[in-house]
Design a protein around this ligand. Structure first.
Ligand SMILES: Cc1ncc(COP(=O)(O)O)c(C=O)c1O
Length: 399
């Protein structure tokens, strides 16, 4: 007779059923560490070494010809690889150095000082500091930040209420860096467009771990970087701008690469390119882009839907383990409101993280939040248990 009780699924079974684990061999650091810090610095794909070698070989052997043999196109051709991950169309993303630069470019398209009453920027109080610093410093702009009531989430109704006819720009992080709270970008965009405001989304903590489609969402600007979930390393920010807005936008943060004929080096005011080069400025960061390509290809091939399903399962498990260990969880418990990180608060969190790094268990600590733990598509289930056990043991030791 068949056993009516299903066999309990063991960790081993789960790992065997997890096709994403086949990517582990592409990330050398996973052989030597428990890598729970992809929200901060995604593991380096093996292919990066080859990419940087290709860059060096081109420079070494092709010299100046490298520009016309690919380098000049890279801010857009590499942007296309990210476009596949976040739902942008071909040619719609330009590579930038980082989010801060992308913010300057976007903000420089607005003239807040002469905007009359429509000079308001609405954002969540828990937006990433770089974004808020820039809004605070903007001449003529009125910044309204929507507070968090629990230090973890931003009430959607408050966010929607704050967006009115005086709003020029709504800036929202898709996933909050401090707590991993996932904001409803579709609802925010809908409201903003109803009142004639534009939306700038920071996708840094979602792209690569939470499915995003900028075109379906209808956001006007979207930006992020590659250091985290995209495993693309530093120097690879990206900026998406809704195509139909291009002709209306004249960024004051600009440079010769944004000109319609950059190599004519014409005098006088700039005539902007009619494509995404319009949002460029100076010489692009070529080596960084070579380093970014392997990560983008892997994430696209692994599939963000698959990554998300695994992330929801593993973050759920982490929360259960933290609860069992009596730790305070500071991330949303609803998996649909949570990005890829679980934040837990323990005594001496900072010291715990420092000590565990010496033992090759890698996480980070943020004041006012706690220890941020981020499994990614390459994480094994048993690493979740090992992480929580190690934190518990170290926290007791440090007390
Ligand atoms: C949501 C978010 N935005 C922006 C940044 C970083 O900005 P930048 O690319 O300018 O360093 C981070 C992380 O460091 C982040 O988590």
């Amino acid at each position: 007779m068949n056993n009516p009780c299903p066999t309990p699924i063991t960790l081993r079974d789960n790992n065997q059923m997890d096709p994403l684990l086949s990517w582990r061999k592409e990330f050398p650091i996973l052989e030597k560490s428990i890598y729970m810090i992809s929200h901060s610095l995604g593991a380096m794909p093996r292919g990066v070494r080859h990419g940087l070698d290709e860059y060096a070989t081109m420079w070494e052997t092709r010299g100046i010809r490298a520009w016309e043999e690919g380098w000049w196109e890279m801010p857009i051709s590499v942007g296309d690889l990210i476009g596949k991950i976040i739902g942008a169309g071909p040619g719609e993303i330009s590579m930038q150095q980082n989010v801060s630069v992308s913010q300057w470019i976007v903000l420089s398209c607005f003239d807040f000082a002469n905007a009359g009453k429509r000079n308001k920027i609405v954002s969540e109080s828990m937006n990433f500091p770089t974004n808020l610093y820039n809004y605070h410093g903007l001449q003529g702009a009125r910044l309204v930040t929507v507070p968090s009531e629990d230090g973890m989430t931003i009430p959607l109704d408050r966010m929607l209420e704050a967006i009115d006819e005086e709003t020029a720009l709504v800036s929202a992080s898709h996933v909050l860096f401090r707590s991993s709270f996932l904001q409803d970008l579709a609802a925010i965009t809908k409201r903003a467009h109803e009142v004639g405001a534009l939306v700038c989304a920071d996708l840094y903590q979602s792209a690569g771990t939470v499915p995003v489609n900028v075109r379906e969402l209808g956001v006007d600007f979207a930006m992020g970087g590659s250091v985290k979930w995209l495993c693309g390393g530093p120097g690879n920010g990206y900026l998406y701008v809704r195509r139909d807005l291009w002709p209306t936008l004249k960024p004051r943060v600009t440079g010769w690469s944004a000109h319609a004929r950059p190599f004519a080096f014409e005098d006088g005011p700039i005539e902007y390119a009619d494509n995404a080069y319009r949002f460029q400025h100076g010489t692009p960061n070529v080596p960084a882009m070579f380093a970014g390509i392997p990560g983008y290809k892997i994430i696209a091939e692994a599939g963000v839907e698959n990554i998300r399903a695994k992330s929801q399962r593993q973050t759920e498990r982490l929360i259960a383990l933290a609860d069992e260990a009596g730790m305070t969880v500071r991330s949303p418990r609803d998996p649909n409101q949570r990005g890829g990180v679980v934040v837990i608060d323990v005594e001496n969190g900072y010291e715990v993280v420092k000590e565990l790094a010496k033992r090759d268990i890698l996480m980070d600590y943020r004041p006012g939040a706690g220890i941020r733990i981020a499994p990614h598509f390459y994480t094994k289930d048993e690493e979740l248990e090992e992480t929580i056990q190690a934190i518990k043991a170290m926290s007791l030791q440090a007390a």
